[in-house]
Design a protein around this ligand. Sequence first.
Ligand code: HEM
Length: 446
Amino acid sequence: MATKTIPRVKGDFLLGNLRQYKANPFQALCNWQRDYGDLVSFRLATRQLYLFSHPQLVEQALVKQSHNFVKMYNPEKPKGLSLILGQGLLTSQSDLWRRQRRLMQPVFQRANLTSMLPQMVTAGNNLLHRWQQLGNGAQVNLADEMMQLALEVITQTMFSTSVLDKIGEIASALDTGLKYAAKTISNPLTPPLFIPTPANRAFKQATGVLDDIIYSMINQRRSQSSNRRDLLSMLLNVRDDAGNPMSDQQIRDEVITIFTAGHETTANVLTWTLYLLARHPEVLAKLKTELHDQLQGNIPDAKALQQLVYTRAVLSEAMRIRPPAGILIRKISQDTEIDGYAFKADSLAIFSIYNIHHHPDFWQQPEQFDPERFLTAEKRKFAYIPFGTGERVCIGNHFALLESQLLLSMIVQHYDVELLNTDEVEIEMAVTVRPKGGIPVRLKRR
Ligand code: HEM
C-alpha cells in the first residue's frame, strides 16, 4: 500500500511549474532535486510529472516495472521525439519495437562494429586534414566541428554515403526540430501542428528538409544494384515471415532515428571531453602520455583501443559529468507504486541522468572532473547510466564508445584545443545536453 507522500514543487495555481521549467528545464530539474529530494512531483499546466533522481528508483521503474513505465508514442497525437522520428527504434513500443530491435541488434554487435573502423578512421583523417588546411592557430566552433565529424561517421558506417554538403541545412533543421519536440513535452499548451503558427511552420519546414535528405539516401540506394553490408541494405532487404518487405515509412523512421540518435550524442561526448581536457591540463597530460606510450603516433586498431584504459576512463568521466542524453522520459501506463509511493496513470516520469550522475551519495566531489574514479573496479550499476538502462538501453553504446575512443585518440595526438573563453560553458538541454552557443576554440597543431 502506498503510504509515503511525494514532495510537490511549489508553483502557480493555473500553470503549475510551467514558467520555471520553460525558462530553463535543465536548471529547474537540478534545483528541484536540491530543494525537494530524489523523488519530486510537479505540474506543467495540465500535465502531471514526476522527477526521479535516485539509482534505486531508476532500477525499480525502468527494469522491474518497465511494463508500467513505457515510451509515450501515440500515433494519433505524436509528441516529443516521435514527431520527428515516427515509430523508429527509439520511440516505438510493444511488438513493433521488439521485432525491430531483434532485427537491428546484429548490426550493433561488437564483432560487426570493428568492420566499421576504417570508415571511422577516414572521417577522423578528413577532419585532421581540414584543420590542417585551416592553418595553425585557426579558430573554430568545437561543437560544430564535432557535429560534422559524427555526422560523417554515422552516414558512412550505417548508410555508406556522405551528406556533408548539406551539413548547414541538417544542423539547423535538427536544432529547430529537437527544440520543438522538447517544447511539446514541456508545454502541453503548444498549439497542434495543423494550426499554422510560425513555430509550427518552422517545424514542418525543418522535418521536410530532413525527410528530403533521408528519402534521397534511401532512393539512391534502391536505384543502385549494390551489395553493401550496412544497416540500410539490411533494412531494404529484410523480409517478414510472409515474405513482405519493411514498409517505406518504417524504413524512413529507422533511418532518421539512427541518423539523429547516432550523431548528435557522440558529437556531444567529443565536444564536452575536449572542453573538459582543455580545462584540466593534468588530465590531458596523462592522456597524452598514454597515447604516446601505446600508439607512438599511430592510429589505433581494435586491439590497441582495448589497451587505452585511461582514454576510456576520460570518456566515461566526461559522460558522467556531462551526460549527452540528460533525461529519459516515460509515460506511466497504469496506477502503480514504488517503495510506498503512488504514481498516477497517464502522468509522465522524467529520469534525470544528470542528477543521478551528480548525486553526492554515489559520487565523491561530484562536480570534479576526475577520470581516476573509473580506473577502479567499483560497481555503479544504476548510478551511472549514460546509455539508459533496462530493455531500452542504447543499441549504439558499443558503437559510440569505439567511435569516441578512436576519434579522441586521433585528435589529441595531433591537436591542442585552446578555449577562447575561459568562463564555464553553460549547459543547454533540449533533448540532449549541449554547450549553449557552442565552444569557440583555437586549434594548435602539436
Ligand atoms: C555517447 C553516445 C550515445 C549516448 C550517450 C546515447 C544515449 C542513449 C540513451 C540514454 C538511450 C535510452 C533512451 C531511453 O531509454 O529513452 C539511447 C537509446 C538509443 N540509442 Fe543511443 N546514445 C549514444 C549513441 C548512439 C549511437 C551511436 C546510436 C546509433 C548508431 C544510437 C542509437 C540509439 C537507439 C536506436 C536507441 C533506442 C534503443 C531502443 O529503445 O531500443 N545511440 N541512447
